[in-house]
Design a protein around this ligand. Structure first.
Ligand SMILES: Nc1ncnc2c1ncn2[C@@H]1O[C@H](COP(=O)(O)OP(=O)(O)OP(=O)(O)O)[C@@H](O)[C@H]1O
Ligand SMILES: CC(C)(CO)[C@@H](O)C(=O)[O-]
Ligand code: BAL
Length: 235
């Protein structure tokens, strides 16, 4: 039998929504931490912020783990994005602060599609495809938006889907992805989501590098080069 702090692992959208509604019926606030997994201490700091978010009211913290295909252009690293679901669940259990982990296999799949199922990456739409996108038209331009053409469209859309599935009171994002945080705040304001968005401070490695799941792909030389530039900037 699972230990008391072991999070419930939920894969199905309807089950997730029903679970969150039950927590609210018990008088709890629901706080969501959206992630793409391969968790590190930066993510765990968002969990702490979520757990402390409701000003004394009991909080049920949900961490979503989903590598969202629609925010990756075909030339980007979707296929090599790091993952370790079992390790992630162990880390979240160790915090004793997470009530549920939402890890759907595919947030765009239609249960009625059968063999006609279409990937959200296909622009064809059609009866079983996906053709509804959220654009935060000015804020998505520049910075990350310049090098990642579909990134903010995919992020805003999947985050809105998560909002509709989990129906959270509070959602925590990291300021490491500063433009993403601002884009989400703007979407929440413009589309009247009744959700509080918290921006959480950046957690860094000892050499100053911001923690990031993709850091696992950095070579020793790239890390050395980074440490050199931190020293240079600090002078
Ligand atoms: N070092 C960090 N400090 C604070 N928040 C963080 C940090 N790293 C990630 N986050 C936040 O965690 C959330 C989930 O991010 P994600 O799962 O993409 O991890 P990541 O480390 O940002 O991955 P990537 O290497 O792909 O950028 C985002 O809101 C992100 O800003
Ligand atoms: C917000 C997010 C979970 C949407 O896929 C992702 O962009 C991330 O992890 O920063
Ligand atoms: N945290 C950023 C997610 C991405 O680069 O796709």
């Amino acid at each position: 039998m699972a230990a008391a702090h072991e999070p419930e692992v939920i894969r199905d959208k309807a089950a997730m929504r029903a679970w969150a509604r039950r927590r609210r019926a018990e008088g709890k606030a629901v706080a969501l931490v959206p992630t793409m997994g391969f968790l590190h201490d930066g993510h765990l700091s968002l969990v702490s912020a979520a757990a402390a978010s409701a000003g004394g009211k009991p909080v049920a913290v949900v961490v979503s783990i989903y590598v969202n295909p629609s925010q990756f252009a075909p030339t980007e690293d979707l296929a090599t994005y790091p993952s370790d679901l079992a390790g992630d669940i162990r880390k979240l259990a160790a915090t004793a602060a997470v009530a549920a982990v939402f890890c759907p296999p595919d947030l765009y799949a239609r249960p009625d599609a059968g063999a006609e199922s279409a990937s959200c990456l296909e622009e064809t739409g059609g009866a079983y495809g996906h053709e509804t996108w959220i654009r935060v038209e000015h804020l998505e331009k520049g910075m990350c938006g310049s090098s990642r053409p579909v990134f903010f469209r995919g992020v805003a859309t999947v985050v809105a889907k998560l909002f509709n599935i989990v129906e959270p009171d509070v959602v925590v994002f990291g300021k490491k992805d500063y433009q993403q945080w601002r884009v989400i705040c703007r979407m929440v304001r413009d589309l009247d989501f009744a959700i509080e968005i918290i921006g959480s401070e950046i957690v860094r490695e000892a050499d100053g590098l911001a923690m990031s799941s993709r850091n696992v792909h950095l070579s020793h030389e790239e890390r050395e080069k980074f440490a050199g530039s931190v020293k240079f900037i600090g002078q």
